[in-house]
Design a protein around this ligand. Structure first.
Ligand SMILES: [Zn+2]
Length: 217
């Protein structure tokens, strides 16, 4: 079965949210609705929702995942967390409508590259909102060769060129705390993408905060 674990290419990220939204989302929408499955497995996200607000995937997109291209997570579960930046242009939008356009852009880009869905499990916007990406029922597609058992969290923005907002960092810390508790993940299993692959992700202005999380007790 084809899966979407192919390597992320950095140049694919060097797009603006606007460009990605307009060009890629159209491509995604044109994709046959064959992608739709009646009822893909849902992950129980109660453990997050009782700790912090979480916007579910269906609240920001009507495009279903192409589950034929996804790989179901298995009994091993998740034992590490990898943090990313979107790596597009500088993003400081905070309105829900503008954020959804960015999310559409990320999703559209991944679908156009034949990923079955957005590659990350969670997305954190500049205002600090947390959005569900790919269902936890499926392994993510965010670190080449390291997608199994690996939770993927992305912060919108390019932290080579901007600093994350305080709200974004706070939400990242909170989400990582909740995920670690749920899956009993030790802090040294919290990574920046750069720890696992040849990339600048999550960017020089975010990586120190990631390192701090990976060194917590
Ligand atoms: Zn990354």
């Amino acid at each position: 079965m084809h899966s979407d674990t192919r390597q992320f290419k950095r140049r694919d990220f060097l797009r603006t949210c606007g460009w990605a939204m307009s060009a890629l989302a159209v491509g995604a929408l044109r994709r046959p609705v064959e992608a739709a499955l009646a009822s893909p497995p849902q992950a129980d996200l109660t453990f997050i929702k009782r700790e912090m607000p979480l916007r579910l995937r269906h609240e920001w997109t009507a495009i279903p995942p192409n589950t034929f291209r996804l790989r179901l997570a298995d009994d091993r579960g998740y034992n590490r967390i990898t943090l990313h930046h979107a790596g597009t242009e500088v993003v400081r939008v905070t309105s829900e409508r503008a954020v959804v356009r960015c999310l559409d852009g990320v999703l559209g880009g991944h679908l156009r590259r034949d990923f079955g869905d957005v590659g990350y499990h969670f997305i954190i916007d500049y205002a600090g909102r947390v959005w569900e990406g790919r269902s936890l029922a499926y392994w993510g597609a965010h670190v080449a060769g390291h997608n199994e058992e690996n939770l993927g969290v992305v912060l919108l923005g390019n932290f080579e060129h901007q600093r994350p907002s305080a709200a974004q960092v706070k939400s990242m810390e909170h989400l990582v705390h909740v995920l670690r508790a749920r899956y009993r993940i030790p802090s040294h299993e919290v990574y920046g993408h750069i720890d696992l692959g040849q990339t600048l992700c999550p960017g020089r202005y975010l990586y120190p905060q990631v390192q701090r999380l990976s060194q917590m007790a």
